[in-house]
Write a protein that binds this ligand. Structure first.
Ligand code: AMP
Ligand code: MG
Length: 484
């Protein structure tokens, strides 16, 4: 492993060079050892130095910390200057396999982009991001990863005093749609060109030798967003704050502030306390992703063609690919959930009928799909999940007709369904309980348990059976908060 900090070699207006602020008394909560191995990080072998490193008190040779500049549309409104106000990019890791990763501290103190904030993070959001981002990874969904979390030994002041913490996270790149918007808003075409070259080299080298590399880049990003959104939708994930500054060009899920997995199926579900209009509701997410890509397309226009009309045509043609690409991946993923190896109009219509019954019945999204594989051979216990008996019986018998057309055995259908419908997701009420115990008693046992069991979301893990259950009415979490 070496550090090769290419972003820090871009012109100085791309970032602020900054050292993380030293914290008082850091202590390690958890380190993700398999990920550290994959990154080939030369880690100190004692807890004290590990805590110093992941608190930003100590740097590894070759790190060159910066805070990245970006802008963004937040809830549809443009903010020309955001940037890493509470994060520091320590450097770019280059592994012996030529894989490149950004390593970043989140909650490590103020930067020039802090806009009055303290640059710190309370413990709760750090635990939440660690648990949920690693769960997403185990579910096979592209995401930033959590490498470590430490307590700072300092208090942060929100409505009350809370323990402070820092998350170390990893991404293929932290460049966002909002990074392009930063330069476009300043009509800095040189900056846009350099950023485009950077992103192509780093994430989409296949765009290099094409006729209009910037247009190919947009097409590839549309494709990766479409795939990502299909995956979110297929597990009931609600991001909660799909602003353009939270749309990573790598196609990785980023920013776990107010995110949540839905329990009972409701297509209009919203959790975030600040999303008053339901802009980022579950069923709005694909449309919002497309809107965000439109913002990116607008920024790239000057690189498509010197003539504005021609540039607009190019951009619109590329952006129009999002909807059919998303539809293909979404339909494929949803058909797979009911055991169909290929998507089809029949199969997808059948998925939609099930979703309607689930909605009517307040059925739990994860539990319903997980238990469906049992109904390949025996339908009564699955049917008992529903109050609408004749309708679900009817659905099940039509489903068996569809399954009968599958060119594979019942066993292989069951196996594929169990590999696509998770048993375990980071349920909100469990995450909240883990955070509560850590915040109030310094007890991290629930946090560690959740991280462990969510590493194998498709296995039954009988000893964790209680974590399969949807929340009781009194446990139900109705709202989530950004937690900044
Ligand atoms: P985030 O919620 O981390 O995506 O941040 C969105 C914007 O708010 C970024 O410009 C951050 O720099 C800023 N921000 C959020 N929380 C803080 C904080 N505690 N201190 C400073 N800036 C913050
Ligand atoms: Mg953000």
């Amino acid at each position: 492993m070496i550090f090769d900090n290419t972003y820090a070699r871009l012109p100085s207006r791309f970032f602020q060079q900054i050292s993380p602020v030293v914290v008082e008394k850091p202590s390690l909560i958890r380190i993700n050892t398999p990920l550290a191995k994959e990154l080939e990080l030369p880690l100190p072998d004692n807890q004290i130095q590990l805590a110093e490193l992941f608190a930003g008190n100590m740097l590894l040779d070759g790190m060159d910390p910066i805070a990245q500049a970006y802008a963004g549309h937040q809830f549809g409104h443009f903010v020309p200057k955001l940037g890493d106000g509470r994060a520091v990019l320590l450097g770019e890791i280059l592994t012996s396999k030529d894989a490149r990763f950004d390593i970043q501290l989140k909650g490590s103190g103020p930067t020039t982009f802090s806009r009055g904030g303290d640059g710190r993070s309370p413990l709760g959001p750090v635990i939440r991001e660690y648990i949920v981002s690693e769960a997403m990874h185990a579910l096979g969904i592209p995401t930033t990863r959590a490498l470590a979390m430490v307590l700072t030994g300092e208090k942060v002041h929100r409505e009350t005093e809370l323990p402070g913490a820092i998350l170390t996270r990893i991404a293929r790149s932290f460049v966002r749609v909002g990074t392009f918007e930063f330069f476009a808003a300043r009509q800095d075409v040189d900056g846009l060109k350099q950023l485009t070259d950077f992103v192509i080299q780093r994430l989409y080298p296949e765009a290099l030798d094409t006729e209009i590399p910037a247009a190919t880049l947009l097409a590839l990003i549309c494709d990766s967003q479409a795939r990502l959104l299909a995956k979110w939708m297929s597990v009931g994930f609600i991001h909660g704050v799909m602003n353009t500054d939270n749309t990573a060009l790598s196609g990785e899920t980023i920013d776990y502030g107010p995110c949540a997995f839905m329990d009972h199926y409701d297509p209009a579900q919203v959790f975030s306390s600040i999303d008053h209009q339901g802009r980022y509701a579950y069923n709005q997410q694909p449309l919002i992703a497309q809107w965000n890509l439109g913002c990116l397309g607008g920024c790239l226009m000057p690189l498509f063609h010197a003539d504005e009309d021609a540039a607009t045509d190019i951009g619109e043609t590329v952006l129009a690919t999002f909807t059919p690409t998303f539809a293909h991946h979404y339909r494929t993923a949803m058909c797979a959930k009911i055991g169909l190896s290929k998507e089809s109009d029949d199969g997808f219509a059948h998925v939609k009928r099930l979703l309607e019954l689930m909605h009517q019945d307040h059925a739990d999204f994860t539990e319903t799909f997980r238990r469906l594989s049992g109904a390949v051979t025996e339908t009564s216990s699955f049917a008992a999940l529903f109050s609408t008996h004749p309708e679900i019986e009817h659905w099940l018998s039509d489903w068996h007709v569809l399954l009968g057309r599958e060119p594979r055995s019942k066993e292989s259908i069951i196996q594929s369904m169990r590999a696509t419908n998770p048993a375990f997701i980071p349920r909100n009420h469990q995450v909240e309980k883990a955070i509560q115990a850590a915040e109030t008693h310094g007890d991290f046992s629930k946090t560690h348990t959740l991280i462990t069991l969510l590493d194998a979301p498709f296995s039954d893990q009988p000893k964790y059976a209680e974590y399969l259950l949807p929340p009781t009415p009194s446990e139900q979490v109705k709202q989530t908060f950004c937690g900044t």
